[in-house]
Write a protein that binds this ligand. Structure first.
Ligand code: SAM
Length: 247
């Protein structure tokens, strides 16, 4: 089981997402536990103020250090070791291999969801790492925290109904996923590829690998530079290049 603590000024945003579908079931089954902590509960003034003006001027407000230090001090009184993550557009980019690393190695993760123009720099002394979910700026760290919780949870044993569902997906094997089809066989003149109807598992496996490679070559050729290609992959790439007339 992984325990997540989420420090936020909008607890209901986090709770809403966790109350449906796979995340809801993972919590009910005890595969993950999520403690949503309202940063405002750890303020020290009567207005329960979590932000203040930046020293030196400039637009926007910044998270004050006291509420976040207080919240983390209070949580850590249970003596449990936490991996403390600040969500930040300037952090390490979160991707499938970071999700796998977290699912494999971490037992207790605490997320600090920023808002406004970000957090007082001194809060970073509490943090083990900063994570970004991509090169764009959101209004807060709640969606990034949920993205990470979701991606990590679905890798944990028992979280998905079908244990194989996460094994052949995009990125898990280092390349993008092959095209998927379901019924009907023909829809608006578009037919499911014959090979998928053949029942020949060897041919289906080879077709899927080839189409996954084709998609990766077209959309994300950078991914192919990071993996060791098998002899069969090289043959398939040669075939694809001939078919696409890339030579
Ligand atoms: N002024 C900050 C900067 O330029 O880096 C941006 C602050 S942003 C408006 C407010 C908060 O949203 C951040 O403190 C962070 O917690 C969260 N956030 C925004 N974009 C993010 C991203 N791509 N990844 C992770 N967290 C993000």
């Amino acid at each position: 089981m992984i325990v997540f603590d989420v420090l936020t000024i909008f607890p209901s945003m986090i709770k809403a997402y966790l109350s449906e579908s796979i995340m809801k079931r993972a919590i009910e089954k005890g595969i993950v536990q999520v403690n949503v902590v309202n940063i405002r509960d750890y303020t020290e003034d009567k207005h329960r103020q979590v932000d203040d003006y930046p020293y030196g001027g400039g637009a926007g407000m910044v998270f004050k250090p006291e509420p976040i230090f207080n919240a983390i001090d209070s949580l850590c009184r249970d003596g449990k070791k936490r991996h403390i993550v600040l969500l930040s557009p300037g952090g390490r980019i979160f991707n499938q291999s970071v999700a796998e690393e977290y699912a494999r190695e971490k037992e207790h993760i605490l997320f600090i969801c920023g808002r406004y123009e970000g957090v007082d720099e001194r809060i970073k002394t509490l943090v083990n790492e900063e994570l970004s979910i991509g090169d764009y700026v959101l209004t807060g760290g709640e969606l990034p925290a949920l993205v990470i919780i979701d991606a990590v949870t679905r890798l944990l044993p028992g979280a998905l109904g079908d244990e194989d569902s996460s094994k052949e997906e995009s990125f898990t094997s280092g390349i993008l996923e092959y095209p998927q089809y379901t019924r009907p066989v023909e829809y608006r003149g578009m037919r499911v590829p014959e090979v998928l109807l053949s029942g020949n598992h060897q041919l289906i496996r080879r077709w899927r690998r080839k189409e996954a490679l084709r998609r990766t070559l077209k959309r994300r050729p950078d991914l192919l530079e990071k993996i060791d290609l098998a002899e069969e992959d090289r043959e398939l790439i040669k075939e694809i290049k001939e078919e696409e007339q890339w030579n």
